[in-house]
Design a protein around this ligand. Sequence first.
Ligand SMILES: CC(C)(COP(=O)(O)OP(=O)(O)OC[C@H]1O[C@@H](n2cnc3c(N)ncnc32)[C@H](O)[C@@H]1OP(=O)(O)O)[C@@H](O)C(=O)NCCC(=O)NCCS
Length: 149
Amino acid sequence: MSTADLELSFIQPGHALYPAELELRFRVLREPLGHTREQVLFPFEAQSLHLVAHRGEQALGCVLFHPEDPHGGRLFQMAVTPLLQGQRLGARLVQALETELLRRGFTHVHLHARQTVVPFYERLGYSVYAEPFMDVGLPHRHMRKSLGT
Ligand SMILES: CC(C)(COP(=O)(O)OP(=O)(O)OC[C@H]1O[C@@H](n2cnc3c(N)ncnc32)[C@H](O)[C@@H]1OP(=O)(O)O)[C@@H](O)C(=O)NCCC(=O)NCCS
């Protein structure tokens, strides 16, 4: 399956694609950990930007951003469907999100990276800081990037 024909759209909860985004997040990020569908929801869903890669109504990748102050916020729920991993869709999603964030005047992004995915974010210009920590039962690192530098 190719990623060439995928469309990238910013959506909000309530959009026709939102249930498909939630299902993708559940399948890629939560089901492998034995979590329930309810555990995919964050308290700040409605305040966040949701960027979805889709073919029609089918969501195949996503990344979210929660604005925490006028200058920056947290990138979270980065997911690419297993069949399309390794085809640069994840990188394309992060780069498209960063372009939109710069357009909106944000200059700083931080995130909680699973230890195994740290090299993915490093290739995109993110740096590890602070001590390792555990989240959802997995080792994580804090990472951050200044946009537009
Ligand atoms: C992590 C994830 C989003 C990456 O998306 P992807 O589309 O597979 O990655 P890309 O093809 O865009 O990779 C971009 C670069 O990062 C590298 N990369 C991607 N995942 C990597 C990993 N786990 N370890 C090392 N390098 C990795 C790629 O080799 C590529 O390198 P290049 O620039 O030299 O070509 C995706 O694999 C995924 O959804 N994984 C499961 C969920 C997850 O762990 N999400 C992150 C939670 S913090």
